[in-house]
Design a protein around this ligand. Structure first.
Ligand SMILES: [Mg+2]
Length: 200
């Protein structure tokens, strides 16, 4: 198998933790607890959509302000830099909130795709655009994320997929069974790099 030459990360819950309470968000918007927030708001339109967008912004701003870097992320990113692996972020968050989280956590990425830029995950558009920009085939790229949309997006693009489980009960993680690799913690850097075909 080819070694990985580029890694696309989800932002919230993978690189940084803003402790967003999606169920509270759904409650404040009057949405069903199993609904996909962005898609629901998009569908409803009109005044109700406006009101829901304000709720979303309020939650996201509070989350972005309290965002912290997830343990082990800084050193993992350094390893990737050392090996010359390209890095990008694909997030369903808005650009202002995502930028705020990055600056709050001292992270710098050359390339970040946010929900303003095009179809959001699980649509594979973002990863495919990045592959094109990097001039890499999707199978030379890995998608790392903590939610099933990250894995579905990676699979649809033809990338390798890493589900960041972060100590959660595996039975509560739909999509995990489809991922190529389950990552408990970024302190498993050596194993993950080996999985990418790179020396630790
Ligand atoms: Mg996430």
């Amino acid at each position: 198998m080819n070694s990985v030459k580029g890694v696309v990360f989800d932002l919230d819950g993978t690189l940084v933790d803003s402790s967003l309470d999606f169920d509270a968000m759904r409650r404040d918007m009057g949405l069903a607890l199993d609904s996909s927030i962005l898609e629901e708001v998009e569908r409803m339109g009109g005044i109700r959509a406006e009101r829901c967008r304000k709720v979303l912004e309020r939650h996201e701003l509070e989350g972005a302000r309290r965002a912290v870097l997830i343990e082990g992320v800084a050193s993992f990113l350094q390893h990737l830099d050392f090996h010359g692996i390209r890095k990008a972020i694909v997030t369903r968050n808005s650009r202002p909130m995502a930028e705020l989280m990055l600056s709050q956590c001292g992270l710098r990425f050359d390339w970040m795709i946010t929900r303003e830029d095009g179809p959001a995950k699980p649509d594979p558009w973002s990863i495919l655009s990045i592959c094109e920009g990097w001039m890499l085939r999707p199978d030379q790229v890995a998608m790392v994320g903590d939610f099933r949309f990250d894995i579905e997006c990676g699979i649809a693009a033809g990338a390798r997929t890493v589900f960041f489980t972060r100590g959660r009960d595996h039975r509560s993680l739909p999509g995990l069974e489809k991922a190529d690799y389950a990552l408990e913690s970024f302190s498993q850097t050596k194993e993950l790099l080996a999985g990418f075909g790179l020396p630790g």
